[in-house]
Ligand binder design. Structure first.
Ligand SMILES: Nc1nc2c(ncn2[C@@H]2O[C@H](COP(=O)(O)OP(=O)(O)O)[C@@H](O)[C@H]2O)c(=O)[nH]1
Ligand SMILES: [Mg+2]
Length: 477
């Protein structure tokens, strides 16, 4: 399988590139130069199959001295790689050249070269020395221009790099999307004929893994929603004892259980995308952070009141449970009057309407207080809206990004109002059936297919004028 050694000066984003291409969130990335001391191999496998290996290396430290040594020891152009080999053999234990030996060894072992430079800083002759050393190895090589700061010296860099590298690309390991990543792998295939079929297989595997991940995530989210719709809380109380306090604490416990189930689904989705170590506080998104049961969250992630009504009326799903609550008594109005009455209102949230309390008399005396299941019409939409945004953020998040995830949207936007009508209708039907009849394997796969269709939609255009959610980049950048 192809190996690629990522080399360059310290602090040019080598480890970041390795983290993104190997989907490894454990690789140390730091603004402190010298964080990477040893050449480390990171295998990238999908479905148990090794696709390629990336080697993270320390940066060049004494390139000038190395080139001097090489030039002093070369006899003719045909034995250049042997001279590099001799250099490493002779200096292996010399601490002065520890970094150079570490970075050259994998190349001498057959790795392709990915030379990383920072295109936001000017080119300088000191880089030419490094490029020459790499050229001496004779290995296939590509240059990656990383734009770390504000400046733009790409043209200058390209002119220099073109002389030493067969392919020169701009690549941002933090923000590259899936297509940019696969395009880069395609360029790897062009570097060396011998790698072509392996790299093409890797791209194919990556694509099918992407749809598999989406499918698995949709299944997790559908299952979590089904579970949340089924939860109830019950407690026995003696005859004559008050039930209000009991109902209140059952209700709080029910909501808490649902919050935790949502959290678990998020963890599972993160795990599917190999973001296991993303801690809870790192997913405390500006938006996803909003409490599952809050007016603010429902306004953003639920259907608007109008859409809820239209969707409910279309499918008959709302009618059974709470159309009066939904309309605040407006259901006495008819036809267009209803639309007009609710059209100007935002989304609907009433915390006391979330779940009903029943008090059941018992044969042997006493009472059973039951709270739930949750019957608020908008709950499933809020749940799915949040899951959609969360999935989108996790899926597009590169493993080099260590910052807090964040997205921005216009406050007044109803996320779920943006999905196409036929999908909205399908979701409403699936949820309606699950609420009425409970989940069967048929309704489960119906809902799961809906969630999968939802996750395939891009959260974009209507959102705050941004093409995509904005991913916040840490201030240090
Ligand atoms: N803005 C920005 N910062 C980057 C990019 N790549 C790396 N960095 C930052 O640059 C620093 C060095 O990155 P690292 O990958 O550890 O570089 P290495 O020393 O070459 O391995 C870290 O603080 C990174 O977060 C990039 O594409 N854009
Ligand atoms: Mg590093």
């Amino acid at each position: 399988m192809p190996d690629f050694a990522v080399v360059g000066q310290p602090n040019k984003g080598k480890s970041s590139i390795v983290a993104t291409l190997a989907e490894n969130e454990d690789i140390a990335i730091s603004s402190k130069p010298g964080t990477t001391r040893k050449a480390t191999h990171y295998d990238f496998s999908v479905d148990g199959k090794l696709l390629y290996t990336l080697v993270d290396t320390p940066g060049f430290q004494r390139a000038n001295r190395v080139l001097q040594w090489l030039e002093a020891h070369v006899e003719d152009a045909s034995n250049r790689v042997d001279v590099v080999r001799a250099f490493v053999a002779e200096h292996r234990d010399d601490p002065k050249f520890a970094d150079e030996c570490e970075l050259l060894q994998p190349i001498l072992d057959g790795a392709g070269i990915l030379y990383v430079v920072d295109g936001s800083k000017p080119y300088g002759p000191e880089f030419e020395v490094e490029m020459q050393i790499l050229q001496w190895t004779g290995q296939p090589r590509m240059a990656l221009i990383n734009l770390i700061g504000e400046g733009d010296y790409q043209e200058q860099w390209r002119r220099a790099l073109d002389q030493y590298f067969s392919i020169v690309r701009v690549f941002n390991a933090m923000l590259a999307d899936f297509d940019t990543r696969t395009n880069l792998l395609r360029a790897f295939a062009e570097l060396n004929e011998a790698w072509r079929s392996d790299m093409e297989a890797a791209i194919k595997a990556l694509r099918s893994e992407r749809s598999r991940r989406l499918h698995r995530s949709a299944t997790e989210v559908a299952d979590a929603l089904i579970a949340c719709l089924s939860y109830t809380g019950q407690q026995f109380v003696d005859e004559g004892d008050a039930t209000d306090g009991v109902a209140q604490s059952l209700r709080n416990a029910l909501l808490q259980r649902i919050r935790e189930r949502e959290q678990r689904a998020r963890q599972q989705v993160q795990s599917i995308y190999r973001h296991d170590r993303m801690r809870a506080d790192e997913t405390d998104l500006v938006l996803l952070d909003i409490d599952l049961f809050s007016e603010e969250g429902w306004a953003l992630f639920g259907l608007s009141r109008t859409q809820l009504l239209i969707t409910g009326a279309m499918t008959g799903a709302v009618a059974g449970f709470g159309i009066d609550a939904l309309l605040g008594g407006a259901s006495l109005l008819l036809g267009t009057a209803v639309g007009a009455a609710v059209g100007s209102l935002g989304s609907w949230f009433a915390s006391d309407e979330l779940a009903k309390t029943k008090v059941l008399g018992q044969q042997l005396g006493g009472k059973l207080v039951q709270v739930g299941p949750l019957d608020a019409a908008n709950f499933p939409w809020v749940f799915l809206g949040r899951a959609w945004l969360h999935h989108d953020l996790v899926r597009e998040r590169n493993h080099a990004l260590r910052s807090v995830m964040s997205a921005q949207m216009q406050d007044q936007e109803n996320v779920m109002d943006q999905i196409p009508e036929d999908l909205r209708r399908r979701i409403a039907q699936a949820i309606g059936t699950i609420r009425k009849e409970g989940a069967s394997s048929r309704t489960r796969s119906q809902l799961q297919a809906c969630v999968e269709a939802l996750f395939q939609l891009k959260l974009e255009s209507e959102l705050a004028g941004n093409k995509r959610p904005v991913y916040e980049v840490p201030p240090a950048f």
